[in-house]
Design a binder for this molecule. Structure first.
Ligand code: DAH
Length: 338
């Protein structure tokens, strides 16, 4: 059995010399040194040897195993070095594109705000911002919503303190701007608003609004209509139809809710417009004289219009999105489509 072992070692060394690749060397290693390889096969026969020969054969077998193991590691190391060298020399193609890092882009809500800003900037509107934490005065009182006014319920509010709150509407920015500037005023004010609504497919406790305000001598309801019509056609497409429904807001008089023909079904009726063919996109109206009084404007001299729209709602209508939560879940499968 000793002679047989030596012969196996010799044979393994010869085979290994002929191996041209790591894969081949590995195959040969398994053949000789693997769990069911030729060396182990012989070792398995030790119990058949006479007692006095077993120990010395065991030692020899271990020695052979170690030597072979050593040769295989060296050979495999050498072969893999050769492989990378020649691969680099022969195949390195400097014209191959590199590994591209994944690019991010603006969030669809920011994209929508940008698009709306651009449309209004062509109509001469500047962009204004106001604080997200407000007092009751800016969120309500100056906007003609006194403490006991029932319409305060419509603007359900997160209070931080008795008088301090997270704004529930961007109409607050009207007041900040009019306190600082005199007419003429032409601004839009995008930003976050907060309401303690139960979150579902149409409600979120944080969402975005864009407020608009134009004040000057002789501004009329027809100016409001034309500005909003130009906006809707620029944003949703020339075929869009608009309608103004009489409504109530404390800070505008008269007030209107503005609908567009459903951009999903083209007005035929679908689940988004609940079969009516129309969807509401914003509230608007002529600035109430009481609001002018709060900021010290002369309501005999100046008139103005205001409007407010929900950005998520408008983005949903434009892209046919049926769940507002998609905007806030940070799921790249959704976001990367924009
Ligand atoms: N602030 C109102 C809201 O949050 C939206 C709104 C309606 C704004 C009419 C206006 C307006 O400026 O004239 O629901």
């Amino acid at each position: 059995m000793q002679a047989k072992l030596i012969e196996i070692q010799h044979q393994a060394t010869e085979d290994l010399k002929k191996a041209q690749s790591v894969e081949k060397a590995e195959q040969i290693r398994v053949k000789y040194l693997g769990r069911k390889g030729l060396v182990n096969e012989l070792i398995g026969k030790i119990p058949t040897l006479p007692l006095d020969q077993r120990a010395s054969f065991g030692q020899l077998a271990n020695k052979v195993k170690n030597e072979l193991q050593q040769s295989f590691s060296e050979a495999i190391q050498q072969l893999s070095a050769v492989k990378t060298e020649s691969f680099e020399e022969e195949f390195f193609d400097i014209s191959l594109p590199g590994i591209r890092p994944p690019y991010g882009h603006k969030h669809p809500i920011v994209q929508t705000i940008d698009e709306i800003k651009e449309i209004f900037s062509k109509l001469g509107f500047a962009v204004a911002y106001g604080p997200e934490v407000e007092t009751e005065y800016y969120n309500f009182e100056a906007l003609n919503i006194p403490p006991d006014h029932p319409s305060r319920d419509d603007f359900d509010t997160f209070y931080l303190d008795d008088d301090v709150l997270l704004r529930s509407q961007t109409s607050t920015v009207q007041i900040h701007i009019m306190q600082k500037q005199s007419p003429p005023i032409r601004i839009i004010a995008p930003g976050k608003v907060f309401r303690p609504d139960t979150i579902d497919a149409r409600h979120s406790s944080m969402f975005h609004q864009i407020e608009g305000l134009m004040v000057d001598e002789g501004v009329s309801f027809s100016d409001l209509k034309s500005v909003l019509t130009i906006f809707a056609m620029a944003f949703f497409g020339k075929d869009i139809k608009m309608r103004f429904r009489p409504s109530f807001f404390p800070f505008t008089e008269p007030s209107a809710e503005v609908d567009i023909s459903c951009s999903i079904c083209g007005g035929k009726g679908c689940s988004v417009c609940k079969g009516s063919g129309w969807v509401e996109i914003l509230g608007a109206g002529m600035v109430d004289p009481n609001v002018f009084k709060a900021v010290g404007y002369d309501s005999e001299k100046y008139t103005g219009f205001a409007f407010g729209m929900g950005v998520e709602r408008i983005a949903m209508l434009k892209h046919g999105i049926d769940d507002i939560r998609l905007f806030f879940e940070n799921d790249l499968r959704f976001l990367s489509q924009f």
